[in-house]
Design a protein around this ligand. Structure first.
Ligand SMILES: [Fe+2]
Ligand SMILES: [Fe+2]
Length: 235
């Protein structure tokens, strides 16, 4: 089985009932191979836009976790603080400290220098800052026992604000900014960007950083009882 095959198998196992530690151990065993440039399932490397969109997928899954936390907070049901803390930790580590830094260091300046989508980029920059403040609040609230209804309401409001902003934020990047990147920088610089992203991912998140984040959100969805995708199909 090639490396991709092993990885897919690892992630399938993550959706079953085995612990995340076993998944992470399996990922670690493949650490040396993971230093090679990421390959997609067909031919060629993962492009910068695809890389960024995959990370938006992690963000969307965290927002799904936040939706469930909001539902429980509103319904006065138990919200395991550890699950919410871990979900906000994924946002901080993978989205704010890594993904958004890529956008701020490698994408936004190029659009600004070219005078393209500058109004959009200005809003996106401001929203990154606003999102970090919301995550500060979520991390602070999630560390508390959440017994008081007033605190639960405040936390639910912060989670709602996060999802309200980030759903259109990520969608605008996916549909406007990322599709314009290749034409803006040209094919050679676009390929170079892919390698720079890869190098930064290893430095910031370690080997298999994306796969570990996916395994972690799998575990968090299971802890919140929302891991069964089929259960959300309308009947
Ligand atoms: Fe962004
Ligand atoms: Fe983004």
């Amino acid at each position: 089985m090639n490396n991709d095959g092993l990885l897919r198998r690892t992630l399938v196992l993550a959706t079953s009932s085995i612990g995340v530690s076993a998944v992470l151990a399996a990922c670690t065993r493949q650490g040396a191979a993971a230093r090679e440039p990421k390959q997609d399932s067909g031919a060629g490397e993962v492009t910068p836009a695809e890389d960024l969109m995959r990370e938006h997928g992690v963000l969307r899954r965290v927002m799904f976790l936040y939706d469930e936390a909001i539902r429980r907070l509103d319904a006065r049901e138990e919200v395991p603080g550890g699950v919410l803390l871990s979900a906000a930790g994924v946002v901080r580590r993978v989205i704010e400290d890594y993904h958004e830094k890529l956008e701020e260091d490698f994408l936004f300046p190029r659009f600004e220098r070219a005078g393209k989508h500058t109004d959009l980029v200005a809003v996106l920059r401001r929203q990154h800052q606003a999102g970090r403040l919301v995550t500060d609040d979520v991390l602070a609230f999630a560390r508390e026992p959440l017994r008081e209804q007033a605190a639960r309401r405040k936390l639910a409001d912060r989670l709602r604000a996060f999802n309200r902003m980030y759903r259109p934020h990520a969608a605008r990047e996916d549909t406007v900014l990322f599709p314009a990147l290749r034409a803006l920088v040209g094919g050679k610089a676009y390929a170079d960007l892919g390698e720079q992203f890869e190098e930064k991912e290893h430095r910031m998140l370690g080997d298999e950083g994306f796969e570990k984040a996916v395994a972690e959100v799998n575990e968090l969805e299971a802890a919140f009882g929302i891991a069964d995708l089929a259960s959300f199909t309308p009947t």
